[in-house]
Write a new protein. Structure first.
Length: 306
């Protein structure tokens, strides 16, 4: 049908052509689509009514604006929680979301899990929140958070002088404003005017009362280290070889007390002592990884002794 006859057939009101736009539509195989926009006299038509006509019946879809979330996520699904938290699958849909801090979420253990799941001081999530909000956490016990040989967090009870200090790994050594030297530790601390002999990857012994450096351990062959990442997480041994690879990761070769040797990256190593004795006490088993057969024999011997 000719264009003039179509316009006459559209309605009984008087019409006029406002625009006649030709444009290339990429969503329809880059074909030329003619869009004829017809308007009418507002005096002869109902208010707000208008007519549009497309020669090929194709109209471009308007993209809906994407909704951008604000800030960090405030929830954590239980299946997405770190496996070393040891949460059961049927305990609910969600897991405690760790608050932001110096450590990654997979390298920390929320206080809710410590008080409720490990120490059994509370039964529910709300009880733990009430205890923490009132600052009633007084257990007269001291713990150090360590890894076991299977890469899971373990609360290791400590007493005496060991409760007064903490070992911190040095991340970087820098000069701030006015040339003031300071170092940054793995737990987010910034200590000014340290010993100039302290370098990155070294370990400092920090007094918790005065927040001052008491002693430090140089990162070198022959020290006692603990692996804090990778497949050998939680194992303790003596550093034997340090391999440097330009443009790649440095490799550390370690030998444990049982004579087993293994290797890991430099970033996964944490110095805990000099010579043959660590500065902190180790959990049961002295962080020596056993094979499946050795673990079965150990369980069998414990059952026989019982």
């Amino acid at each position: 049908m000719p264009l003039k006859k179509q316009i006459k057939k559209i309605g009984k009101w008087s019409h006029k052509i406002d625009h006649f736009i030709w444009h290339r539509n990429c969503w329809h195989q880059s074909k030329l689509v003619g869009l004829l926009i017809l308007s009418h006299d507002s005096s002869r038509s109902p208010p707000g009514s208008h007519l549009q006509w497309n020669t090929k019946g194709l109209q471009r879809k308007q993209q809906q604006p994407t909704r951008i979330t604000r800030g960090l996520k405030k929830h954590l699904k239980r299946l997405n929680a770190p496996k070393h938290w040891l949460l059961d699958k049927l305990g609910g849909a969600f897991a405690p979301k760790p608050s932001s801090g110096p450590h990654k979420s997979r390298e920390c253990l929320p206080l809710i899990l410590i008080l409720r799941n490990r120490l059994k001081y509370a039964l529910t999530y709300r009880e733990v929140i009430a205890i923490l909000m009132q600052r009633h956490v007084m257990t007269n016990e001291d713990f150090r958070l360590l890894y076991d040989t299977k890469g899971r967090f373990r609360l290791h009870a400590i007493t005496g002088y060991e409760t007064k200090f903490k070992l911190c790994k040095v991340r970087s050594f820098q000069f701030g404003q006015k040339g003031i030297p300071h170092l940054n530790t793995y737990d987010g601390r910034t200590i000014r005017y340290p010993d100039p002999l302290i370098k990155p990857n070294d370990t400092i012994k920090l007094d918790l009362e005065s927040n001052k450096i008491v002693d430090f351990i140089k990162f070198d062959v022959g020290i006692i280290v603990m692996v804090t990442g990778g497949r050998n997480r939680g194992r303790v041994g003596m550093m034997k070889i340090r391999e440097k690879h330009k443009g790649s990761f440095e490799t550390i070769h370690i030998q444990d007390a049982a004579g087993h040797e293994f290797a890991t990256r430099l970033g996964n190593v944490f110095t805990i002592g000099k010579g043959t004795k660590p500065w902190v006490s180790l959990p049961k088993g002295k962080c020596i990884k056993l094979s499946i057969i050795e673990e079965a024999r150990k369980r069998l011997a414990a059952q026989v002794a019982a």
